[in-house]
Ligand binder design. Sequence first.
Ligand code: CIR
Length: 264
Amino acid sequence: MAGHSAFTFDTALLRAPATTVSRGLTSQAGEPPDYDAVRAEHRGYRQSLQAAGVETIVLPPLEAFPDSLFVEDPALVFGGTAIVLRPGAPSREGEAAALAPSLGAHFDTVMPLPGDGHVDGGDVLVTSREVLIGLSARTDRVGADALARCLARLDLAARIVTTPPGVLHFKSDCALLDERTVLTTERLARSGVFEGYDLLTVPDDELAAANALRINDSVLVGATYTRTAARLRAAGYATVPVPVDAIARLDAGLSCLSLRWRSR
Ligand code: CIR
């Protein structure tokens, strides 16, 4: 992917949380987050993107889809192209059709994922050299193969890998930090998928910190993950703490809340 910087962005698309957000999918016991808390975190996240140099577009809420603020999952975007995916959770599948018209306003080409397989964007890590597609409970082999073929048509190399058992999305456990470095959990690092990359790991008591987000010169990190932030700073990265306690209760982190691209 020569000339393509996988973390330089000037635009991000977000979707405002619906008042139904507390009915979003979660693997966690306990009270779901309330709408006001999620809305406040969403605003903070948007401000962090803006401070990192990104213009934000916020789509209206979709009350029928409690998880629709996690706009990363129903699509994948590059330069002039958007690929409309097919999310693997039945309650989220309709988010793709709802998002497609908005993508048409910003991308020259909007292509649907062919076939009937499933892919969540949270399972797709774009690095400077390849696109990693993690098989998971949401992303199946048929979908991953179809996406790899779409990417080949765009001259992008794809590699299909495995998400550790019990982990929602491949990117729940990793984030790109720079052209050659990935932030990851020990369990994902141990699987060997990042051979050839430099790795920085999160402490085992901050696993959710691995869903960080490099944007331009900043690395956004969940505000409670102070030890991960310290490791990142010691390695020379400029970290920005972003409160995510409420959205973390819906199994989400920082990449999930936006689609990012470079328009110029
Ligand atoms: C879900 O289970 O689909 C949502 N509650 C969380 C989605 C998080 N998205 C992401 O990691 N890309």
